[in-house]
Design a protein around this ligand. Structure first.
Ligand SMILES: [Fe+2]
Length: 210
């Protein structure tokens, strides 16, 4: 059992200087999850910040999940398009990681608490959990597109709501950072699901036209 640190409880004037790190510390939380600090000079009312941080936390959980789905796809991709998809998935992963940080820091600056740990993210996200095993490319891409669709759908709702509540900062973040990036990534992924010939042109359509 660890020795009791009597020095920590002594009055400040009697404390000895020690090189010993104070390890294994625990204490009560300083702010409960799901609350916002009361007085912040943002000129944005507490109920607005409460609603926005709640919605942004849902968006954060979905974005963390999509970010991780990209890394899973980056590692597990297989087949003739391995190299290009391996690189594309990692590029999108990096871009989603940027968005994660931007959302989390907006929640904190609004006085709220950002969701952070994997178990909490898993409980909160609206994105379907993929299997632990490896899946073929069209399924990987379809899962990513489904996740993007959930995010862009909620972006449009949150952009509208933040605009109505006068939270211009959240509105700008949702449209400029989250929505735009997700729309572009959707395009890059979708084009991989077009069944275009790779080597032999489809001459049947020429014959049908003549
Ligand atoms: Fe890698």
């Amino acid at each position: 059992m660890a020795k009791k640190d009597l020095n920590a409880k002594a009055p400040a004037s009697e404390r000895r200087v020690s090189a010993q790190p104070r390890l294994h510390q625990r204490a009560a939380e300083i702010q409960k999850y799901g609350t916002v600090s009361h007085m912040l000079p943002l000129d944005l009312e507490e109920p607005v910040r409460l609603e926005m941080t709640e919605q942004l936390n849902l968006m954060l959980a979905d974005t963390i999940t999509l970010r991780d789905l990209y890394k899973k796809s980056h590692w597990q991709v297989a087949g003739p398009t391995f190299y290009q998809l391996h690189l594309l998935f990692d590029k999108h992963h990096e871009e989603q990681a940027e968005i994660v940080d931007t959302i989390a820091e907006r929640i904190q600056l609004l006085g709220g608490i950002s969701i952070a740990m994997a178990a909490d993210v898993a409980e909160t996200t609206r994105i379907e959990r993929p299997p632990k095993g490896r899946e073929e490319v069209p399924v990987q891409i379809s899962r990513l597109l489904d996740a993007h669709q959930i995010i862009v759908g909620n972006c449009r709702k949150l952009a509208d709501r933040s605009d109505k509540l006068g939270d211009a900062g959240t509105n700008d973040l949702v449209v400029s950072d989250i929505l735009r990036t997700n729309e572009l990534q959707i395009w890059f992924l979708s084009e991989h699901l077009v069944d275009a010939p790779l080597v032999l042109a489809d001459q049947t359509r020429l014959r049908d036209a003549s």
